[in-house]
Write a protein that binds this ligand. Structure first.
Ligand code: 5GP
Ligand code: ZN
Length: 116
């Protein structure tokens, strides 16, 4: 998928509105439009990477930063004491619907396991 067709690239550019909760040079975090838990935030790199499978060695530092951004946002949301879940869906069987890599940060209730 071309970057110009990507809704998350449009959110990065501000062409599609979102409720941002965090932003820095390399990452943004915003509220999921269809929350599956009391806290449901998406953490994405500003760079378009289609999926975890599409990431390369060049993205190593960016992905590490992304995960620490999840940690930071989770603390800011007050989730660190009771816990939370971090999800990355990859490909069709993984349930990926937006082809710009993202971590779901889910919390605010006791989450069941295994997922469906
Ligand atoms: P995936 O299914 O690819 O793992 O997750 C994509 C997520 O993006 C879904 O949870 C969906 O609710 C969310 N989403 C899809 N379109 C938009 C949008 O335009 N804005 C926001 N904030 N979230 C979106
Ligand atoms: Zn994108």
């Amino acid at each position: 998928m071309a970057t110009s067709d990507c809704i998350f690239c449009k959110i990065v550019e501000g062409e599609i509105p979102s409720t941002k909760v965090y932003e820095d040079e390399h990452a943004i975090a915003f509220q999921d439009l269809y929350p599956a838990a009391p806290v449901h935030i998406l953490v994405i790199p500003k760079k378009h990477i289609a999926s975890l499978d599409a990431a390369t060695k060049e993205d190593q530092e960016r992905l590490g930063h992304l995960l620490l951004t999840v940690q930071r946002v989770a603390r800011e949301q007050g989730l660190d004491q009771k816990g939370y879940r971090v999800v990355n869906n990859m490909g069709d069987d993984g349930g990926q619907t937006v082809h710009h890599i993202h971590f779901h940060l889910l919390g605010g209730r006791s989450l069941t396991w295994p997922p469906g």
